[in-house]
Design a protein around this ligand. Structure first.
Ligand SMILES: [Fe+2]
Ligand SMILES: [Fe+2]
Length: 262
């Protein structure tokens, strides 16, 4: 099974290039996952944008710490199984932390969202909360894909090795910078520290330099604006064997112009 995973889509520039890419390529994949936590103006997601993504050929959406930015999400997360929030928020928080859906080839795929704890909101232990669901999920499918939304590379690598042989793929999100360490770990789990960002790359993690830099120079709060320069799509393409083992991982980092030559 071939799966496409797209890194944090930031605002309109991200949504536009995602549409262009899926227009050309979605037929090649059995399942498409998008991290949508920054899709609405850089902060959060809305039901309307999620539905637009599904119309483009996206199968499900993972999120992260920004999932709560738009208040309507509290309600939307309770009525959909195609948008998930990190599993390790304390019990009782709206939404679900994993979902099991059917891919284009008829196989089931489980997608789990976890949140790191280093420089992140203080949530439950992602390792322990994952362990609580593994048995139940494994009964349904061997295809298990984990979006570990975290800041620290060390914490992400720890999760990769912890889940090696238990899941098909651990991919990192949240830093918006694609790392060059995509690989297959010893027991057959695909891994990458961060799949990167789908949006404008001539800014600061998707926002304009002019709106972010003053915050660092003065320490005062500033209003971030979505950047529109040098738009690129970042993600990962993987191939899974029938037993859920990862056979290949390939990074994607492409501009709108480069797409015309694909
Ligand atoms: Fe993000
Ligand atoms: Fe994030």
């Amino acid at each position: 099974m071939k799966v496409l995973i797209i890194g944090d889509v930031v605002g309109k520039p991200g949504r536009v290039i995602l549409n262009e890419y899926l227009d050309r390529k979605s037929a090649e994949y059995d399942f498409v996952i998008v991290n949508g936590e920054n899709a609405a103006g850089g902060f959060g997601l809305t039901e309307k944008i999620a539905e637009v993504f599904f119309d483009m050929g996206v199968d499900m959406i993972t999120t992260g710490n920004h999932v709560w930015d738009k208040k309507e999400m509290y309600e939307y997360l309770q009525k959909t199984d195609k948008v998930i929030r990190p599993l390790n928020y304390p019990k009782g928080v709206p939404g679900i932390g994993y979902t099991i859906l059917q891919a284009g080839n008829g196989e089931k795929v489980a997608v789990v969202n976890l949140l790191g704890r280093v420089f992140m909101p203080q949530v439950d232990c992602p390792f322990q909360r994952f362990d609580e669901i593994l048995e139940e999920v494994s009964k349904e499918t061997r295809n298990i894909i984990v979006d570990f939304h975290a800041e620290a590379s060390s914490e992400k690598m720890a999760m990769g090795w912890y889940l090696d042989g238990k899941v098909s793929l651990v991919f990192g999100t949240h830093t918006h910078i694609q790392t060059s360490d995509s690989r297959i770990l010893h027991k057959g789990t695909g891994y990458i520290t961060d799949i990167g960002m789908t949006g404008a790359h001539d800014g600061i993690i998707g926002m304009t330099v002019g709106s972010v830099l003053p915050k660092f120079l003065t320490g005062l709060p500033s209003r971030f604006e979505v950047c529109e320069d040098n738009i690129r799509l970042n993600g990962l393409e993987i191939e899974l064997d029938t037993d859920g083992t990862c056979m290949s991982v390939e990074r994607i980092d492409v501009s709108m112009e480069e797409m015309d030559f694909m």
